[in-house]
Write a protein that binds this ligand. Structure first.
Ligand code: FMN
Length: 446
């Protein structure tokens, strides 16, 4: 790619992570080749494949309580996933370079405990750990914890900032003469650090949360932002531009915060074949049970006795608003309006329940031959729409094989992907500077 102002980052490389989604219907769990979402063998194969592909990181989300709909579990197709830090500790033993990212929330954890567990993972993995900081957007998780309930949106980010400052102080305070004291509206603690400093200073800080408060929090504290802007270039560029402006406003260089959107790749020998495959993937993702479960969220009742290959319910939804707190991506929206639009579409296009739910599924990610997708990824990073991608394979554990065997070489041919790991820590893989608190401390000493 030529060195022109039209290409603002002509030498930028693509960073890749793999997002193992333990629940949700992005992964096809019904395929005969699918592994179990709780079996270590599935995690091991995905992590080792990603490491073979020289990925920066293996990434796990977190859910401390199963999703519910009208008092019933409604995780789609599979239910339950093991604790992230425990899984990653096991993976540290069977990998050598890949970063290990644990999503952990700040609403229900405690800083001293979480600082210790994350630092332990970082020490034991030789500086490969990261913490994806989330606030958790549902109330029912709070019922699991002694504080009960949850915090409202702005309080969650106040708590997040106090929590992260406390954790960093604990990590940085390892050799300090006095215990670390951290106070604020949501905490008041005095901690003697228990784990030595790590090979990368301290774990890398990721963040996932998309509101203005969430973006400001990332701009102030995080080193990588995991976003949901991973399908449309213009949308991703607008997000990246906004986040970089916030990073500069927080007094940091704009490239201090790397942007890795979650996304999905469907690859085949030709673009046309990939489009056919993408249609098939979408159909497999929405199983009959998933179609009825997603429909039930809109109607506000259990519709599992309906025929997924039959028409939509003739009656209206039994709720006025889709519950804020029960794990629906359409939460807060008006079910009567959605039902009306869905019925109209089903009638006009002669769609059954399942066909309609499939048609309503949003596009996710990139579809094409390895060379088409590689060109597109290079365009994204070299035009600043992201620094790379956090890929959710649609099948585990084998769904990453073609990415590593076909897409990675295509990126390497374009000079946009490493050909070997040059460092050992996740901070080095991502090209990050020293932790922010270390730089601030060093500047204060000059
Ligand atoms: C891409 C992305 C991934 C997320 N992953 C998780 C997760 O694994 N566990 C969790 O509890 N919350 C997760 N969240 C939710 C956030 O923690 C946050 O509670 C939610 O986005 C609401 O905050 P916001 O209004 O700032 O976006 C995620 C959010 C985003 C945008």
């Amino acid at each position: 790619m030529p060195d022109t102002p039209d290409v603002p980052r002509p030498h930028a490389h693509v960073h890749l992570g793999v997002f193992f989604q333990g629940v949700n219907h992005t992964t096809i769990w019904s395929d005969p080749a699918s592994g179990s979402q709780t079996d270590f063998e599935t995690f091991r194969r995905v992590a080792q494949t990603a490491e073979r592909g020289l990925f920066d990181a293996f990434f796990l989300g977190e859910g401390l309580r199963l999703r519910e709909q009208n008092g019933r579990l409604h995780d789609l197709d599979v239910v339950g996933r093991p604790d992230a830090i425990t899984q990653l500790a096991a993976l540290a033993a069977v990998t050598t370079h890949i970063g290990l990212v644990a999503t952990q929330n700040v609403t229900y954890n405690d800083p001293a405990d979480l600082a210790r567990r994350l630092a332990s993972l970082d020490v034991l993995s030789g500086g490969r750990a990261a913490w994806n900081i989330v606030t958790t957007d549902n109330a029912w998780t709070g019922e699991n914890f002694r504080r009960g309930g949850w915090l409202d949106h702005s309080q969650r980010y106040t708590r997040a900032a106090e929590f992260v400052r406390a954790v960093q102080a604990i990590w940085d305070g390892w050799d300090a003469p006095e215990p670390v004291r951290a106070t604020g509206g949501t905490l008041d603690i005095e901690v003697t650090p228990t784990v030595p400093r790590t090979a990368q200073g301290h774990p890398v800080l990721f963040q996932a949360g998309d509101s203005p408060d969430g973006r400001d929090f990332a701009a102030g504290h995080a080193e990588v932002i995991f976003s949901a802007h991973g399908t449309d270039f213009d949308d991703a560029l607008a997000f990246a531009t906004d986040v970089r402006a916030r990073t500069v406003a927080a007094g940091r260089p704009e490239d201090d915060l790397k942007i890795l959107p979650g996304t999905q790749f469907v690859l085949a020998a030709t673009d046309a074949e990939a489009r056919d495959k993408a249609r098939w993937v979408k159909e497999q993702q929405v199983t009959p049970a998933t179609a009825l479960s997603l429909l039930g969220q809109v109607w506000g009742e259990d519709l599992s006795h309906y025929d997924p290959d039959g028409p939509l319910p003739a009656h209206d939804p039994v709720i006025e608003v889709i519950g804020e707190t029960r794990g629906s991506p359409r939460r807060g929206k008006r079910p009567h309006e959605i039902a009306q639009a869905w019925r109209a579409r089903a009638e006009a296009e002669h769609l059954t329940i399942r066909q309609l739910v499939i048609a309503q599924e949003r596009e996710r990610g990139f579809v094409g031959s390895p060379s088409t997708v590689a060109d597109e990824l290079v365009r994204w990073v070299r035009h600043g729409a992201s620094d790379g991608f956090n890929i959710t394979p649609w099948l585990v554990p084998s769904g990453l094989d073609d990415v590593v065997d076909l897409l990675v070489p295509a990126l390497q041919e374009r000079g946009a992907y490493r050909t070997a790991y040059t460092g050992t820590t996740l901070r080095e893989h991502l090209g990050l500077r020293a932790p922010l608190t270390h730089r601030v401390a060093a500047a204060a000493q000059v």
